[in-house]
Structures are given as C-alpha cells and as structure tokens.
Design a protein around this ligand. Structure first.
Ligand code: SF4
Ligand code: SF4
Length: 159
C-alpha cells in the first residue's frame, strides 16, 4: 500500500521532469492569440485607406464606461467631418459592446495587447482625427465588392 503511493509519486515526478516547457520566454517569444481575443479598440478602414466610421454615435452611446467620444462637424451638404474620435483605453474593460453595436463594421477589438505606458497621457488615444466620415453611399459601394469576394471564396472552397 505504502509502496504504491511512493511509486505513483515517483511516476508523476518523472513525467513532469520529461515534459517540455509549456511557457514561453515573453517578451522574446510570443504566442499567437486566438482569433476572438479582445484587446484595444481600433478603427477599421476601406481598401482605399479611408475610415469606415460614419460618425453615427452608436458606439459612444452604447459604451458602458462612457469612454468613447466623437467630435463631429456637419457641413452644409450634410456630409460629416470627424474632428476627433477619442478613446480612453486606460478605462476600457474590453467588453466588445461598441464593436458589436457598430452598424458599419467600423471598429474592431484588435490583438494589440502590449498596452502598458509610462506616461498617463498614453491612456487616452485618438482613433481618428480630422478625417471625413464615411457616407452611406460609400458603404453601399463597398457591399457588392465584399459579397463578390465572399462568393468567390465560397466557390473555391466548394471546388
Ligand atoms: S470595449 Fe467596452 S468598455 Fe471598451 S470602449 Fe468598447 S464598449 Fe467601451
Ligand atoms: S465606430 Fe461605428 S458605431 Fe461608432 S460612430 Fe463610427 S460608425 Fe458609428
């Protein structure tokens, strides 16, 4: 009885001695993050580099921490200009509600996780500044292209 416990203990010790390491030498080595990992909020852009944000304010209203703010100017032709789109990253709980609520797929939870700063000013970020907001027409233009690409990918997968 006593011997069986001893052997079992030795077996567990040997097994762990021979097992490879399960940690990595961060920051020299980094693991790939899972696709659905949620870190800093980041703006998304069209292929031509212009922002997808239409300045609709949905994300600003939905954020439970009230840490997104948008300063927007509306021109005579009703187009919108984003003066600043600010984000207090230091208070963000990475809940992803702003991304889920955005009707234009204009922001994402990025995989940027090295967020420590030495200057507290770095806890407030400007996501967009002095750019024209995207129009509904621009989104309509992009939709058929995106659907076409998805269709081609599906056909390739079907063989
Ligand atoms: S992830 Fe959550 S807390 Fe952070 S900005 Fe978006 S809604 Fe607000
Ligand atoms: S990021 Fe999305 S929800 Fe927020 S203002 Fe821009 S378009 Fe609207």
């Amino acid at each position: 009885m006593w011997g069986a416990g001893l052997l079992n203990g030795l077996w567990i010790t040997m097994r762990n001695l021979l097992r490879g390491p399960i940690t990595v030498k961060y920051p020299h080595e980094k693991l790939d993050l899972p696709e659905r990992a949620r870190w800093a909020v980041a703006p998304k852009r069209f292929e031509d580099g212009s922002p997808r944000c239409t300045a609709c304010m949905t994300c600003v209203r939905v954020c439970p921490d009230h840490i997104l703010s948008l300063e927007v100017e509306t021109r005579e032709d009703k187009s919108k200009h984003i003066v600043r789109f600010d984000y207090e990253i230091g208070a963000c709980m990475m809940c992803g509600l702003c991304v889920e609520a955005c009707p234009f797929d204009a922001i994402e939870m990025s995989h940027e996780y090295e967020l420590a700063v030495t200057d507290p000013k770095g806890l407030r970020r400007t996501l967009l500044a002095d750019v024209d907001a995207a129009s509904a027409a621009k989104h309509r233009e992009e939709k058929p292209k995106a659907e076409g690409a998805a269709g081609e990918a599906g056909e390739r997968a079907d063989g």
